[in-house]
Design a protein around this ligand. Structure first.
Ligand code: GLN
Length: 535
């Protein structure tokens, strides 16, 4: 029988519930349990795929091709388990499914209601995830804040779920803000009390309350919360701001979270944290500093590139160096300022993106990196930019562009002929695809394997009509689909680092298992930095 942990949030949003859920997942996995995680998002979009990244952060793509909330990335990075299409559920998706069933007559003439039809749909999703993963523990985070109108059906569904599977098989964790008032130099427990009451009024008594505060709010505040919220004293757990995300599992462990979770759910409580501890120690003992420029169009919100930043961090741990990210808005780049903007970059990364805006600036940045041998790493749109740049400035195809950017010109990047000119809805290549790597290439030395699998999220592809011309001009096609039909990766030579990949390697990077391409990129950037200082 699986055990279920539900994580809700109180007082304000943005408390790092996702990090708590992910950390707990890792702590349980370290005990030998199979852990699955999922997130419920109360907003009405069917999925975050169509949302603006500068509002909602990046879209995280699962192995099986679901476009999901960025918190799922934390789950994968911490727990190191691939999530699936049942890992993210929005109100929009629930209603869509219920209304489709209604139109198909599946409710046999019943009046369709929030309870039981919507709540059943939500519960079904938890069960499907449990069935698909056969996990011992399913951790479900409910997005937003308790009390939000949008979240009510989800809260009601998890209340019912606990009755369905037995209360002893479920655990409710409530994460709330404990604010600090500077004037009187004290932490305040009242908002946490109110939000726990709000949850209780909806029929859920939290078993564990996690106090989220800047510093330690103190034993007496935690005791007060325990007393007023009817929670055991050792079940009020402190969660303070950590220097580095990956310290959070250690902090929560020190404060007793996993001990009480195991006790309350009847799980075994023995684990070896030594490898994780060693990893955090390594993170803090890195030496030196290199500068990586991320040239993108959504830089106003760094969370738009969350998995990329994390993958760069993971690679920096493996290479024992600190990194500083220089965020560069590609719209602000011109021929005349590029030299000054990238003069101290040790590596240039162009991430994914959609639409024309800012792409000319990216092409300038790519050209500058190539001409000055600065390690260049192009991801998805960044790969397409590299192909266009190479076509224009090396292969002499002056009007080279992408079918996405401009109607006229030589579309070295375009829709595949079988995509039939359709560009809206359901035409993206999503999820993991195999890629065959050519021996003797930089790609091969990074992955050390002739066949890999990485996740995709794009519509446009390298146009095969230009394959010979670009190859003749020196562009190395280092990775293709196994049938060689689709170009997946390009590079310029195996000694420099100028690589573009059509997929998103950032999604498979883990803190203790960096993605090989990111590792090679940081290694090359370190070498570049070293050479600069020798001159
Ligand atoms: N806009 C490009 C495409 O659709 C690249 C997408 C991306 O970078 N994720 O192919």
């Amino acid at each position: 029988m699986a055990k279920y942990v539900f994580v809700t949030g109180g007082v304000v949003s943005g408390l790092g519930k996702g990090i708590v859920a992910a950390s707990l997942g890792r702590l349980l996995k370290l005990r030998g349990y199979k852990v699955a995680a999922q997130k419920f998002d109360p907003y009405m979009n069917i999925d975050p795929g169509t949302m603006n990244p500068t509002q909602h952060g990046e879209v995280f793509v699962t192995h099986d091709g679901a476009e999901t909330d960025l918190d799922l990335g934390h789950y994968e990075r911490f727990i190191d388990e691939n999530l699936n299409r049942f890992s993210n559920l929005t109100s929009g998706k629930v209603f869509w499914s219920v209304l489709n069933k209604e139109r198909n007559g599946e409710y046999l003439g019943e009046t369709v209601q929030i309870i039981p039809h919507v709540t059943n749909e939500i519960k079904d999703f938890i069960n499907k995830n449990a069935d698909l993963t056969s996990a011992d523990v399913i951790i479900t985070e409910i997005g937003g804040t308790v009390g939000d109108i949008e979240g009510q059906a989800f809260i009601e569904a998890i209340r019912q779920f606990a009755s369905d599977v037995g209360r002893k098989n479920c655990l409710f964790i409530h994460v709330c803000l404990v604010p600090y008032i500077g004037g009187s130099d004290e932490y305040k427990s009242k908002p946490a009390q109110h939000s726990a009451k709000e949850l209780q009024a909806m029929g859920i008594s939290p078993d564990i309350i996690i106090t989220r505060s800047e510093g330690d709010c103190g034993e007496s505040i935690r005791k007060k919360i325990a007393l007023f919220c009817s929670v055991k004293e050792d079940c009020v757990i402190a969660n303070t701001t950590a220097n580095c995300l990956y310290e959070v599992p250690l902090m929560l462990h020190k404060n007793g979270l996993d001990k009480v979770v195991c006790r309350e759910l009847g799980l075994k409580n023995k684990c070896d944290l030594a490898p994780w501890r060693a990893m955090v120690k390594d993170i803090h003992s890195r030496k030196g500093l290199i500068k990586i420029a991320i040239v993108g169009k959504y830089v106003a919100l760094h969370d738009s590139y969350l998995s990329i930043v994390e993958a760069l961090n993971h690679a920096s741990y493996a290479n024992h160096t600190n990194i500083k990210i220089d965020w560069i808005d590609s719209e602000e780049i011109t021929k005349s300022n590029i030299c000054q903007r990238l003069s101290d970059a040790d590596g240039v990364l162009i991430p994914g993106g959609f639409g024309t805006r800012g792409t000319e600036g990216m092409i300038e940045a790519c050209r500058y990196a190539r001409e000055n041998s600065i390690p260049y790493f192009g991801i998805c749109l960044g790969m397409q930019i590299a192909v266009i740049e190479y076509a224009r400035h090396v292969a002499g195809i002056e009007n080279a562009t992408s079918g996405e950017f401009k109607k006229d010109g030589s579309h070295v990047i375009d829709l595949m002929p079988d995509q039939n000119g359709k560009i809206i809805g359901g035409t993206m290549r999503l999820g993991a695809y195999p890629c065959a790597i050519k021996e003797g290439t930089r790609m091969f030395s990074a992955y050390g394997s002739p066949l890999i699998e990485e996740r995709h999220r794009h519509r446009y592809e390298f146009n095969n009509e230009f394959r010979t011309r670009l190859s003749d001009a020196g562009l190395i096609i280092s990775g293709t689909s196994p049938d060689e039909r689709i170009v997946e990766t390009v590079e310029t030579s195996s000694d420099g680092f100028f690589i573009g990949v059509q997929f998103h390697p950032e999604f498979t990077s883990r803190p203790n298992k960096p993605n090989p391409l990111f590792s090679e990129f940081i290694k090359a950037s370190l070498e570049f930095n070293g050479k600069k200082h020798k001159i």
